[in-house]
Design a protein around this ligand. Structure first.
Ligand code: F6P
Length: 325
């Protein structure tokens, strides 16, 4: 079957750079003689029929905007067989032959299920600040979120240092520690408590045992939000019990990490991945995610992309420890 019309959606948590990907998919598709139909609010829009044809001007002046102009949602209807049937019928009605879905593991899990039931070619683009998808060095939004976190930590450091306090700063990442670890390195933090390492009790123990550099009058510890770390608040309470002499404070950065103008890096990978997604569909590929590994476009099956064991280089942990003496 030759593809004439592509349906495009963003789903799951938004990420800076998603708009750059929407622009790239739309323009690459039109450049290649295809039509593009924008589906609003993720899979929900496929179920409710919130679909509109996009022309090149629909994606003007969005490359620099955070969030997603297509809106996004975590859709429960699409998790049911009945919901997916309605979605498929709407696709047929709109004459959509293939889908490009931009999102994270939930988005690709939905895509896999849909593709198993219906004969729909689907290509995924990794858009999540968590960087927790296998088969790509970086997901769209991760670099911007890292920069946002580092900017916030720099500001917290000013007050931490003035008051000679120990701060536990909680960052997002769901079950992955990429944001916590790499922002700790970039912000010159003393430690990162992440789910990929030992238990959080052991990591806290290690932190207490190592002590804080005598010459320092303040300390910053980045904590990944995962239940496996217990979160910043619980760790701070334990630290306070063990070391009442430390003046401990907690900051939970929350959703500000998901906003803001995408960095140049996120715009570049979003633009490259968007174009590559259209090329993949034209080449007859399906049920794959576009990634970039060692600066080269790669395609990985959804099953591989959503594995929950993306490796985190242990050398980064060692480097962080070495640099915080
Ligand atoms: O997956 C992206 C993410 O921002 C995670 O880091 C976080 O755990 C989650 O989404 C928050 O989701 P919500 O926007 O539903 O609060």
């Amino acid at each position: 079957m030759s593809i004439k019309t592509i349906g495009l959606l963003t789903s799951g948590g938004d990420a800076p750079g998603m708009n750059a990907a929407v622009r790239s998919v739309t323009r690459s598709a039109i450049f290649n003689g295809l039509r593009v139909k924008a589906i609003f609010r993720g899979y929900r829009g496929l179920v409710t029929g919130e679909i509109k044809e996009f022309r090149t001007e629909n994606v003007s002046n969005i490359i620099q905007q955070g969030g997603t102009i297509l809106k996004t949602a975590r859709c429960t209807e699409f998790t049911t067989e009945e919901g997916r049937k309605i979605a498929y019928e709407n696709m047929r009605k709109e004459e959509i032959d293939a889908l490009v879905v931009i999102g994270g593991d939930g988005t690709f899990t939905g895509a896999r299920m849909f593709a198993r039931e219906y004969d729909v070619p689907i290509v995924g683009i990794p858009g999540t600040i968590d960087n927790d998808l296998c088969g790509t060095d970086s997901t769209i939004g991760y670099d911007t979120a890292l920069n946002t976190i580092v900017d916030a930590v720099d500001k917290i450091r000013d007050t931490a240092s003035s008051h000679e306090r120990l701060f536990f700063i909680e960052v997002m990442g769901r079950d992955a520690g990429f944001l916590a670890l790499n922002s700790a390195l970039a912000a010159g933090a003393e430690a990162a408590i992440i789910p990929e390492r030992k238990t959080h009790e052991e990591q806290l123990e290690e932190l207490i045992k190592n002590g804080f550099r005598k010459s320092k009058n303040s300390s910053i510890v980045l904590v990944a939000e995962s239940p496996k770390t217990g979160g910043a608040q619980a760790l701070a309470e334990r630290m306070h019990e063990a070391h009442p002499e430390y003046d401990v404070r907690v900051t939970i950065l929350g959703h500000l990490q998901r906003g803001g103008r995408p960095t140049a890096y996120d715009r570049i990978i979003a633009s490259r991945m968007g174009a590559a997604a259209v090329e993949a569909l034209l080449d007859g590929q399906r049920n794959i995610m576009v990634g970039i590994v060692n600066d080269k476009i790669v395609y990985v099956p959804f099953t591989q992309a959503i594995r929950d064991d993306k490796p985190l280089d242990p050398h980064i942990v060692q480097t962080l420890q070495a640099l915080s003496i």
